[in-house]
Each structure stands twice: as C-alpha cells, then as structure tokens.
Design a protein around this ligand. Structure first.
Ligand SMILES: *Cc1c(COP(=O)(O)O)cnc(C)c1O
Length: 353
C-alpha cells in the first residue's frame, strides 16, 4: 500500500547508499575491497576465549580493551580514540556531531558516495569541488569558507594517495573547520595523517578494520583526534546507542591490533599482487590511476566498462561499476589473491583478444 500523502509529509525520505553486492554463492569477489586473506591468527584465539554465558551481559560501553590496544599501537592517549561499528558508524557520528554550522561542508565530486548520503540524511548543506582531469583533489578548492571538510586518503574510487604536506596545507587553511581524513586504505599507501593530530586540534583521522585488517564482517572502525573532539563524539554516541561494540568485536579487534607483523605481511602480499595486476592489465591495454590502495581504478579505451562489468559478472567475477557519467568508463577492481587475479586476467585475455 502506498504511504498516504498526509503521512508522507512527515517522513524523512533519503536516497540511500548502495553497498556493493554480497552474493551468497561463491564468486571471485573483487567488488567491495575486502581483504582476501584471513585476519590475524590471534583473532581465532580471541573468539575461542569467548564464553557465551557472558553474552547475557552488556559489553563495556567504553570499549576499553580495544581503545587501549589502539592507543598503544598508535602511541596516542586513550582519550584520543573513539571506536564504532565500522568506520561508517564513526563517520556518520562525526557528520552528526561536527557539521552543524549551516555552512556547506566540502568533499570531492568523485569520492566515497556515503558522504553525500549522510549529508542528505542530516540535512547538512554541501559542495563538491571537482577532481582535476587526472582525478586528483585540488587542494586550493578547499581554501574557502566551509562548514567542514572530508575526503579519503587514498581517495576512493580513484585510489590516489596524497602526501602529508597536502593534508597539512588543507589544515593550515582551515584552522576553524573540522577536517576529517578518511584513511580506510592508508595501510596500503603511505604515512598516516595521524602524526598530525597533535599539531592540529581540528583534525580527525578515521580508519577501519575492514580492509587491511581483514575484518569487514566484524564491523570495527575508529577515529583518532584531539581529546576534546573525542569527548564530543562520545557524548553523541551515548545519546544514541551506548553499547555499540559487541563483546566479540572488542576482543577480536584488540587481538588483531596487537599483531603488527601479520598486518605488515598481509599488506605486503596485497601490494605485490597490486603491482603485478598493474602490469597484467597494462598489457591488456587498460589504463588506470596510480593506485596506492587495495584496488585499481581502470578503463579500457576500446571496451565499454558497463558491458565488461556485466560480462564479468556472468562469469562469476564481481567488480564494481558506477553509472555516473564521469566515471562510467571505469571499473574498480579489488586486489584479491594471485589465483583470483589470474581468473580475472584469463577472462579478460580471452574476451579482449
Ligand atoms: C570501506 C570504506 C569505509 C567504511 O568501512 P567500514 O567497513 O564501515 O569500516 C569508509 N570509507 C571509505 C573510503 C571506504 O572505502
């Protein structure tokens, strides 16, 4: 039954974010930038240590074990860390908490498409400066009045990483705005802006366990920032849902953070496969940005991306494709295992020859 016009007036209607498909059958899954390798071995032990009898009790609302593990890992104090149900949760709370000036917030026209959805959801005005012709963020576009700034580094889906002097320039020009750097992919790229947190009290850096730490299914993300801003985030969180992190997420997350060698090893393997994928795709005639993430953003000058996307899907190889005009000739291809990438190369070699 259609909602009556009288009721409709009071219903908040938004255009939702469209997540990548999660097919339930087995496919070569290169569409949502998950990690092809399992999480650190300590995660299995942490899971085994859980006693279901404890599930009757609420978890620690302050997420102490996880916050402590992250603080030790990044050598910051515990009051500089906020954790949430994936960085999507952390980012959504940041929008709600910090973007209230009434002035438009700024984020690139081509970027993580959730930003626009949250802005619409919370009725935050926004402007989207265009990337340049090479898909780079133009930092000067962010040197103007605004109600806050957010961009990923590396950016998604372009995979391009900007060095810290770029971030610092944006911060220097925006001392009175909150600047959020979404570092979902930074482990594959270079230095994290976290080292600037002590210097700029308006900087928030967010990261996730979903990509480099192989735990998308556990839903853990975090922000590192000035203690005053972290306190504001916690106040909003406690006004919304105080027990966000499950007991399982807390202990598994803490175990994953402690195994730095495993993280490094996994990241190294993925970067190797990424560089190999660049070579293979270049030989097949693809063009792509200089990816510093765990995915490539690639186009073929002679083949329609939408069509390739559909054909790949029929062959059970899932990649991501958007219909937005500016990027409709690109495919975003997650870096999987070498075997998974070989299946992709085999298909493309046959299809394009
Ligand atoms: C994957 C991703 C996120 C969100 O990840 P979570 O799984 O919610 O932690 C945030 N930003 C960007 C740019 C991403 O690609």
């Amino acid at each position: 039954m259609a909602v009556r016009a009288e009721l409709l007036k009071n219903i908040w209607s938004v255009e939702p974010y469209v997540p990548g498909e999660q097919p339930q059958e087995k496919v070569v899954k290169l569409n949502t930038n998950e990690n092809p390798y399992p999480p650190a071995p300590g995660v299995q032990e942490a899971l085994a240590s859980l006693d279901p009898a404890d599930f009757r009790l609420y978890p620690d609302p302050a997420s102490g074990v996880l916050v402590k593990a992250l603080a030790e890992n990044y050598k910051v104090s515990e009051d500089q860390i906020f954790v949430g149900v994936g960085s999507d949760d952390v980012l959504a709370l940041c929008f709600l908490t910090f973007f209230n000036s009434g002035k438009p917030i700024l984020f690139p026209d081509i970027t993580y498409s959730f930003y626009k959805v949250w802005a619409d959801l919370y009725r935050i005005p926004y402007e989207c400066p265009e990337l340049d012709k090479d898909f780079r963020i133009v930092k000067e576009d962010y040197y103007r009045q605004n109600g806050g700034i957010i961009f990923p580094n590396p950016n998604a889906p372009t995979a391009i990483y900007e060095e810290l002097d770029f971030i610092e320039d944006v911060l220097e020009h925006n001392r009175d705005s909150i600047v959020i750097v979404d570092e979902a992919y930074v482990d594959f790229a270079g230095r994290s802006a976290m080292e600037l947190v002590g210097k700029y009290d308006n900087l928030i850096v967010t990261q996730t366990f979903s990509k480099a730490r192989s735990m998308a299914g556990m839903r853990i993300g975090y922000a590192v920032s000035d203690p005053d801003l972290i306190r504001c985030l916690n106040d909003v969180k406690y006004s919304f849902n105080s027990y966000t992190m499950s007991r399982a997420a807390l202990v598994c997350g803490a175990a994953a953070v402690k195994d730095r060698d495993y993280l490094e090893e996994t990241v190294r393997k993925i970067k190797e496969t990424r560089e190999r994928t660049k070579k293979e795709l270049a030989e097949l005639g693809f063009e792509f940005t200089d990816s510093k993430a765990n995915f490539l953003f690639a186009r073929h000058p002679e083949h329609d991306a939408g069509q390739l996307f559909e054909e790949l899907k029929k062959a059970n190889i899932y990649v991501r494709h958007w219909k937005d005009e500016k990027i409709s000739q690109y495919l975003r291809i997650t870096i999987g295992t070498d075997e998974e990438m070989d299946e992709l190369f085999d298909f493309l070699r046959k299809r394009l020859s």
